[in-house]
Design a protein around this ligand. Sequence first.
Ligand code: GCV
Length: 718
Amino acid sequence: MKIKTMFHQRHVLMCFLLLGFYSTAFSQSGYGLWLDYEKVNDASILSDYQNQIRSVYFLGESETLNLAREELKLGLNSLLGSSIDFSSTNSNNASITVATFDQLERKTQRKLKKIDIAKDGYYIGHDSGKIVITAKEDIGILYGVFNFIRLLQTQQPIDNLAILDAPKIDLRILNHWDNLDGTIERGYAGKSLWKWQKLPKYIDQRYIDYARANASIGINGTVLTNVNANAWVLTPSYIDKVAALADAFRPYGIKVYLTARFSAPIEIGGLSTADPLEAKVQQWWKTKIDSIYAKIPDFGGFLVKANSEGQPGPQNYGRTHVDGANMMAEALEPHNGVVLWRAFVYSEHDATDRAKQAYSEFVPMDGKFKENVIVQVKNGAIDFQPREPFHPIFGAMPKTALAMEFQITQEYLGFSTHLVFLPKLYEEVLQADTYQQGKGSLVAKVIDGSLDNHKISAISGVSNIGSDLNWTGHPFAQANWYGYGRLAWDPYLDSETIAEQWLRSTYSNDKDFVKPMTDLLIESREAVVNYMTPLGLHHMMDTDHHYGPGPWVSELPRPEWNPTYYHKADSKGIGFDRTKQGSDAIAQYADPVAKKFEQLDQVPENLLLWFHHLPWDYTLSDGKTLWNSLGIHYQKGVDQVREMKKVWEQMSPYVDPISHKEVSMLLDIQLHEAIWWKDACMLYFQKHSKLPFPKAMEKPKHSLKHYKSLKHPYAPGI
Ligand code: GCV
């Protein structure tokens, strides 16, 4: 560097000071995610670890194994604060042995031979008092290493380990809704990570850091592009760019997928049709797919949004989703690629309840899709609302592999401004019992393929990652990326464990931090439901950008884009009647579930207005009227955010000052917006109910006219 020749010595000193400041600011920026390995701060745990870990015998060479070795070195050296001896030749007295099973010494193999390690899984145990991390495959070693590091990060005992672990879902995928121009649909954390113009030659360090973070939680696939797809990504020059990303991600066990625009044969192929039954169209896709595999031999496959919200699809040619999906599947099959075909369909020309349409269209097609087609279903039948009942398709298509689609980006939950811990929402859906094969037919079992014995299983999360220094906009939105990954690995994990692990790995192991903050994360999901859409209300967000409340919106050309379509508030009452007297959407659920939702004395109160239209003076189980309860729920949401703020204020001893301030400011905005939601919605509903606000509810700050006048033309997220 030329610093000395460029500056006077005084400036040099200043530079160092600034660099010091910069590196502190950087380390506090959140860039390191849950992978900043800070030295264990509990003296007795540290000395216990130091006694048990003095040296590592790490066998094998491959790109993935080399990464695992470096990660373990980094983890141990940082967490233990000393330099650990690594050897690949000398096993003598090494405290930890790391090797794939076939490379372990014979005597260790004999001892562990009964342990049935699944593909991609790993085992962490002991042999003659020494720790062994082993796996069948290199990627299992990497996963094992990350999990071993997590034990130390979260200060767990390591003297009696016997952890046999493996992913329960095969394809654990992130869906980026990233456009080729760098914008991100519903993205609130900056621009796309993918620098298309500089690819394939320029490999941004962020690609590597992204892949490492994903591997640490077991994610093994990434769809690079928006489901509202651009055919251009399938042209040769873009495939070269995609191949460069695939090369960067491969050592971390991550495959790339692309979104395929159904009309691509016309747009970039020069054909006059994209009819899936036309031989020339089939041939076009075959040639295209072969050319992709020539450059990316482990390409994952396609994710397709067809005949949905204006996207082209087979129905443009009078064909079905089966025709479209199977055509692509056939071309992908020889390469072991899959088609993730989305079931997110609803039409303005269909007068039936939007919540019913995907089921009505897809369930009759069960058994007709090829084996490498996975139908990807959103967690609920409308659209990623703060609370929805599980999608009735789950369990209702036993002959078709179904993927879960969760949204990690907070399109309907306060963007990257509100602190909402989504694993709580995911857990609620995964643990829901569909009863499709009797009691215990959990959504999780549909997704992991165990309920209907599927050969392949998949889960997708719509990414919340962008170019912001901290990746996700809100520092706590990192917990949603992390939590999604953990649940994709094991959909039976409970959200509290995930919250605790994330907090410990990211911030502090101090019990006075971990306990209140775990409670805060868990509570945060119910808070957002309360201040946005309590008691089963849904889709009341303002038009288009979905930022803030817009319960009054009623004039959009597509009826089902209007909030009034969903809450149906009138002088008599509020709620969507989906019973037999109403849209009968409830009939799409298996009997015991349907009965529960149909009957007012059984329907869970938190879904009441999802399924029933009820009078304002309807009495709830606690004796309150519906109207009063609504106001009390809105107020509760606001109070919950106030409580979150109070808890966070106490946390400054455990969090660096920059992050603490950042989250405090975001909580201030969240509180302001929670009040906005309460006031705007209750004022609007009062126009219909004509009732006074319940006493427990704070009076609105402004008039309904004021709230209706608010406009947000440049709300982020496109
Ligand atoms: C990618 C909702 C969102 C759209 C999104 C769509 C989908 O309608 O508002 O931005 O489009 O879901 O999931 O396809």
